[in-house]
Design a protein around this ligand. Structure first.
Ligand code: HXC
Length: 518
């Protein structure tokens, strides 16, 4: 080709225009709002010089309608492509708010769908970076159809490749549903928000004044709705979070999670574990201390740490291998299971099972949270999700009962008969249909009613109940747990047990899919 010729000049002109659009122009608009540009975000996400853009010069569809005035810009408001993250292949789309508010028109949608198809075909994570006003109003039904195509692909990819959504500006209208179909949602504090209908619509329909932040800011979705599992103070740290998460998980459902070489070789006794559970059964303690003393040092990475804090979930490594951890938190609501914690636990288990991540359950749960609110809002249905998720999971599953394991909660938390592969208990375990006080009130109703000192009698009976029934030895003798272990050797026991389960294989009956209680 003649580098002085017309064709080459067109090539260079386009390149120059592209550079200006994504450089100076975009930077001016985005930086003034405290946000990075679509391209800067990609640079933060991928290893240097590994990103390859696709369809950089695509052009917005013209609608021909009076309302159809669209901006002339390359890329139609989204950058798509692939690159390496810590040396591993990943795909992305990054919406450009500076082009019609990152709104989704037909070309924009086709580009996202194209990269979703590629990620699925290549078996690599798909990371969506969202900064969008939703369906592009000018393009009408073509925008809606575009969203539907993206959602369809999200669902087809679910459980095959990890899908992550990173919200870095508005995610309004249709822009919210793709993230909610993906595995993990990240948000940045103060600059991101998600809502199906924005403050203007709320005002029109309900005559209520609300800010974007109060309606769907990062804090709301982290603490109240539970939609965002991770919130960081700025965009740079958000991408650190994304990369950290990816380091624990495989690229697709046919691979195992990456094994980290440099790990904690210590599998000796950890005497501190003997003292964490207080003698008084009603006293709380922090289950995260237990987790950190069992797994490789510094590897516990908590998920959704500010939502449903009565259950703790997250990834960690044991001898360099990824585990999914589910632990009741006695510090919050005494570790009771309620609607939010059941759903949080269930969704995490489903993710781990899809991506070959073994599950470790640390149990200390007095039961399901009682009350009108829970019953009327469907604790039966939502609690069943946790049961279903544990039961359905075929990855290696180990439970350690630290203290309370009462009633339905015993069954739910990966009990032996739910498919637990190894079920251990500490000597402090209390396993029974219900707690001592409740049990003796029912069994000795008449005796307590006729007693001169019912409180004293109740206490005596409770002590007896604990000695004879609510301890780990009854379950041990009947094989409902495999072994009562010294807490100090928990790490060693788990290393051996998970190693024994490495080639676990289950034949499950053929079916289209089960019917999880949604
Ligand atoms: C076309 C849009 C747009 C949209 C924003 N813009 N949203 N263009 N379609 N959906 C354009 C604006 O016209 C403006 O263009 C530019 O983007 C920046 O927008 P601003 O409003 O100036 O920015 P800001 O003040 O930061 O507010 C951002 C915003 C607001 C909160 C996102 O623009 C907004 O409320 N947009 C509409 C959000 C919404 O209701 N979406 C739902 C669509 S319905 P100029 O030319 O001035 O720069 C939907 C249904 C799909 O998505 C359902 C599927 C399940």
């Amino acid at each position: 080709m003649d580098i002085n010729g017309k064709l080459y000049k067109t090539f260079l002109d386009r390149k120059q225009q592209y550079e200006l659009q994504h450089g100076e122009i975009a930077e001016k608009k985005q930086h003034s709002k405290g946000k990075l540009t679509a391209r800067e975000r990609i640079e933060l996400l991928f290893d240097p010089d590994t990103f390859e853009e696709i369809d950089a010069y695509s052009i917005t569809s013209k609608t021909g309608s009076e309302f159809g005035k669209v901006v002339d810009a390359f890329g139609d408001g989204v950058i798509i492509g692939h690159g390496k993250i810590s040396g591993r292949l990943a795909f992305t789309y990054s919406q450009d708010f500076t082009v019609m508010g990152g709104s989704l028109g037909s070309v924009h949608a086709k580009k996202i769908s194209k990269i979703q198809d590629m990620a699925l075909k290549m078996g690599a994570p798909m990371i969506g970076i969202i900064d969008s006003g939703g369906a592009r109003i000018q393009e009408g039904v073509a925008s809606l159809a575009g969203y539907a195509g993206i959602f369809h692909r999200n669902v087809k990819s679910s459980g095959v490749i990890p899908q992550l959504s990173v919200i870095m500006g508005p995610a309004a209208g249709g822009a919210v549903y793709s993230p909610s179909l993906t595995d993990f949602v990240f948000m940045t504090n103060k600059t991101s928000y998600m809502f199906v209908t924005g403050p203007n619509v709320v005002k029109e329909v309900l005559n209520e004044d609300v800010t974007s932040e109060d309606l769907g800011g990062a804090q709301v979705h982290m603490k109240k709705s539970g939609i965002a599992q991770f919130v960081y103070e700025d965009e740079e740290n958000t991408f650190f979070g994304v990369k950290k998460l990816l380091s624990y998980i495989p690229s697709n459902n046919l691979e195992n999670p990456p094994i980290v070489d440099c790990c904690d070789k210590n599998d000796k006794e950890e005497p501190k574990l003997r003292d964490i559970v207080p003698d008084d059964a009603n006293k709380p303690y922090d289950v995260k201390e237990v987790i950190n003393l069992i797994v490789d040092k510094g590897t516990f990475f908590e998920i959704a740490e500010n939502f449903a804090q009565n259950i703790v979930v997250g990834f960690a490594r044991l001898r360099g291998k990824t585990l999914g951890i589910i632990a009741n938190q006695p510090k919050v609501l005494a570790g009771c299971l309620d609607i939010d914690s059941s759903v949080k636990g269930a969704r995490f288990i489903r993710f781990c099972d899809s991506f070959n991540i073994p599950l470790l359950t640390l149990e200390d749960v007095p039961g399901f949270l009682p009350g009108m609110d829970q019953e009327h809002n469907g604790i039966i249905r939502h609690g069943a999700k946790l049961l279903y998720a544990y039961s359905d999971a075929t990855v290696p599953k180990i439970t350690v009962i630290l203290r309370k394991s009462y009633g339905g909660a015993y069954c739910v938390m990966n009990s032996k008969n739910l498919g637990g592969d190894f079920n251990f208990a500490w000597p402090t375990a209390e396993i029974a249909v219900m707690g001592p006080e409740g049990a003796v009130s029912i069994l000795y109703k008449n005796e307590l009613a006729n007693s001169k000192d019912p409180d004293k009698l109740k206490k005596e009976l409770a002590v007896k109940y604990r000695e004879e029934i609510a301890n780990p030895y009854v379950a041990d003798e009947k094989g409902y747990i495999d072994e009562v272990i010294d807490p100090a050797i928990t790490r060693k026991k788990l290393i051996i047990a998970f190693e024994a389960l490495e080639n676990k294989h289950l034949n499950v009956p053929s079916r289209k899919h089960g019917n999880i209680p949604l």
